[in-house]
Design a protein around this ligand. Structure first.
Ligand SMILES: Nc1ncnc2c1ncn2[C@@H]1O[C@H](COP(=O)(O)OP(=O)(O)O)[C@@H](O)[C@H]1O
Ligand SMILES: [Mg+2]
Length: 282
């Protein structure tokens, strides 16, 4: 690319940066928060990836994180169950609390935290184990079931709630990796809910799936939201509009705007949100 074009792109990027509000537009606070993030900054080495984000995650609701690639959606999502701890150069400032307790406090054990705040990844990642053992894995390591019958019940009810029981009940001992992509993702959801989490984090859970499998997962998200608090990162605005009650729009590490999904998509308050949802960039 010639330098003139590069300069224009850079100037445009700087301009956009200059327009990002210091304060998030919309309602960052809710009446019944399940988790609260306050003035969160995240760095990878010297690079700031999340810039002063304050946000409540409402109980038993779905909130979507949207925004252009690289704006920090996954980074912020991973802060919510300390998954960023696994990245050496990653450093977090600010506070993220659950039930009024900072999850980054020195006495917090991340193993039970990640059971309370479970995660479903972009690419379905069943363990190389049977369908049964995939779902039984969490309850076993957390000592949730006291005997085999109890474990069987948890496996069955988790698969049922993940909408997979009827498809797999006759082949529970076959490998989870033998299922179709959409079934594997539902298996991963069953594995996550088997330990009775309070919050489920999903990072683009449908991006590796075909439209039919995607629709099935979206239905499932709606069903699960009566029982769990769900945070979903999606690059699909249609998906955000279909599955979430609240939407948060990120740009270059800042939370630009957050509000009721319908409002964000029909009457965005910030120009940048409007540009993004109308497809002007991203
Ligand atoms: N493990 C990492 N090491 C260094 N930089 C990272 C890492 N993960 C993400 N980043 C950087 O942080 C910024 C936000 O990335 P990410 O959270 O993955 O964005 P999104 O999910 O919105 O696409 C990007 O600039 C990305 O390059
Ligand atoms: Mg991402």
């Amino acid at each position: 690319m010639d330098t003139q074009v590069m300069n224009i792109i850079e100037q445009t990027a700087n301009l956009e940066h200059a327009n990002i509000p210091d304060e998030t537009v919309g309602d960052v606070y809710v009446d019944r928060p399940r988790m609260t993030a306050r003035n969160v900054n995240v760095f990878y080495g010297d690079k700031k990836a999340i810039d002063n984000v304050t946000l409540d995650i409402a109980e038993k609701q779905v909130i979507s994180f949207i925004g252009p690639s690289g704006c920090g959606k996954s980074t912020f999502l991973r802060c919510l169950n300390r998954m960023n701890d696994t990245i050496d150069i990653c450093r977090i400032e600010g506070e993220i609390a659950m039930d009024g307790k900072n999850i980054y406090a020195p006495d917090v054990d991340v193993v039970p935290l990640r059971a309370r705040v479970g995660m479903v990844f972009q690419k379905p990642n069943p363990f190389p184990k049977s369908i049964y053992d995939n779902v039984a894995y969490g309850p076993r390591i957390h000592g949730i079931a006291t005997n085999r019958a109890e474990l069987d019940d948890i496996v069955e009810s988790s698969l049922e709630r993940a909408g997979l029981w009827n498809e797999v009940k006759d082949r529970l001992l076959q490998p989870g990796t033998g299922l179709s992509g959409g079934q594997q993702q539902r298996l991963c959801i069953a594995r996550t809910i088997a330990v009775s989490p309070e919050v489920i984090l999903m990072d683009e859970p449908c991006s590796a799936l075909d439209p039919i499998a995607t629709a099935r997962i979206e239905e499932l998200i709606a069903e699960l939201s009566s029982e769990f608090t769900i945070v979903i990162v999606t690059h699909s605005m249609q998906q955000a509009a279909r599955v979430s009650q609240r939407t948060a729009y990120f740009h270059l590490g800042k939370l630009v705007e957050v509000g009721d999904t319908e409002m964000v998509f029909t009457k965005p308050q910030h120009e940048m949100t409007n540009n993004y949802i109308t497809g002007r960039f991203g």
